[in-house]
Design a protein around this ligand. Structure first.
Ligand SMILES: Cc1cc2nc3c(=O)[nH]c(=O)nc-3n(C[C@H](O)[C@H](O)[C@H](O)COP(=O)(O)OP(=O)(O)OC[C@H]3O[C@@H](n4cnc5c(N)ncnc54)[C@H](O)[C@@H]3O)c2cc1C
Length: 388
């Protein structure tokens, strides 16, 4: 029996299942095995909603078992190690050999070596971490004279997190000080300068302070000191500074970007390994002079394309180049937004509503689709306030 292993059941892995599931039904000599450390797949763009109680807790989670095509095996285990040369994946003290591999395990928070009181720092890279913020932030809002939220990293996730936590605090009749610390000389440096300017003035209008060209020097579990010497006491500290490849321990001969994404060809193959493909946040996919940004639509489409190419390779057919389609982006600012979709600028509640509509489109099952659709309507009608 020949084995195709999919390492990670997020946007990329689940999208690859469709072509590979169909293939294994008609080719009984092959089996497809998908691994995930969780038994559910997560609508990652909804993590800020979970952190700030904006949606029902189960909405972003869909059971992986319910999504499996016939003859696809699910291993609910964490992959510890992959060896491209030995063609094996290690999980739960067992080695699984593969004939084809799709690396689709996404990314996790990157502390870039910062290691002070990590258990007191909050991140937003998984459902459980988002839930931890939800639980701990409501505790933080009890019994204090003042509230200071420090967000390290003013990128997409940092700005979104600042906005949701402010809205949540207001619902609970609390006014919080929000400080974003950004190493670069403008927020969201990968977007055009006028967007950075707009966001900075938007955040200033909300009362946020953005400290640029600065980093966190130390954290003692309660207080933060910046490299400038400025100190913030008794803070709620969220780290959104960057991400790295989720499965770090991979041996083989390959090259990566500084964040660990593995360079792939236009067929999504890892150069030198005809049977190894990577998609989604784990893959460095060339686009023009740079690389595709980490985003749900690119992850889903690259996963599907990689799955199809594995199938073509098994059938000895020529592989097809992956051609990503850029539809645009939206940054949810709860309940406002900013974005650029299909060539049009978009702002305010319509953008936020469109964000939930795309979640409705990308999720699985009627219940989840309806849940996001209702959320899209709620935003338009009332701004969709969080639950206290
Ligand atoms: C807070 C936040 C907000 C975002 N908002 C947006 C947005 O609004 N719009 C947008 O387009 N994109 C957004 N993104 C980015 C988008 O979610 C990612 O680009 C996308 O999820 C990547 O898809 P993926 O399949 O590569 O990885 P993921 O969706 O992360 O899936 C990876 C899967 O692999 C599993 N896994 C990881 N490690 C292991 C292991 N060792 N063993 C077994 N399984 C493992 C995980 O459990 C997970 O199920 C956001 C991301 C975050 C974190």
């Amino acid at each position: 029996m020949k084995r195709i292993v999919i390492a990670g059941a997020g946007f990329a892995g689940i999208s690859a299942l469709k072509p590979l599931g169909k293939f294994t039904v008609t080719a009984p000599e092959y089996e497809t095995m998908i691994f995930d450390k969780n038994d559910y797949t997560t609508m990652m763009p909804s993590l800020p909603d979970i952190a700030a109680k904006r949606i029902k807790q189960n909405l972003p989670k869909a059971s992986i078992r319910d999504l499996l095509p016939k003859r696809v095996l699910f291993k609910n285990e964490e992959i510890e190690r992959i060896d491209f040369d030995a063609q094996s994946v290690s999980a739960g003290s067992k080695d699984y050999e593969y004939d084809y591999l799709l690396l689709s395990a996404g990314s996790v928070s990157n502390f870039y070596g910062f290691n002070q009181h990590l258990s007191r720092i909050f991140v937003l890279d998984s459902f459980t971490e988002a839930l931890r913020i939800e639980q701990e932030f409501s505790k933080y809002l009890e019994n204090r004279e003042s509230y200071t939220v420090i967000i390290a990293g003013a990128g997409f996730t940092g700005i979104e997190t600042a906005c949701v936590l402010k809205a949540y605090a207001e619902t609970n009749a609390r006014t919080i000080n929000v400080v974003l610390i950004e190493k670069a000389d403008r927020v969201l440096g990968n977007l055009p300068a006028h967007i950075s300017d707009y966001l900075e003035s938007f955040m200033s209008g909300l009362g946020f302070r953005v400290i640029k060209r600065s980093t966190v020097e130390s954290f003692n579990g309660n207080d933060i000191a910046l490299e400038t010497g400025e100190i913030f006491k008794d803070v709620f500290f969220v780290w959104t500074s960057g991400s790295k490849r989720a499965i770090e321990d991979i041996s083989g001969t390959f090259t990566t970007l500084p964040d660990g994404r593995i360079n792939v060809t236009e067929y999504l193959q890892v150069p030198g390994y005809k049977n190894v493909f990577a998609a989604g946040d784990s893959a460095a996919i060339k686009s023009g002079d740079g690389y595709l940004r980490k985003a749900a639509p690119f992850s889903a489409s690259s996963g599907r394309a990689a799955g199809k190419n594995i199938m073509r390779s098994l059938e000895n057919r020529p592989l097809k180049k992956f051609r990503p389609v850029e539809l645009g982006w939206i940054i949810p600012l709860y309940p406002s937004s900013i974005g650029h979709v299909l060539g049009l600028n978009i702002k305010g509640r319509p953008g936020m509503s469109l964000h939930y509509l795309t979640c409705s489109y990308r999720t699985h099952g009627i219940k989840h689709r309806a849940g996001y659709f209702l959320q899209a309507l709620k935003i338009l009608v009332s701004g969709g306030q969080p639950r206290p």
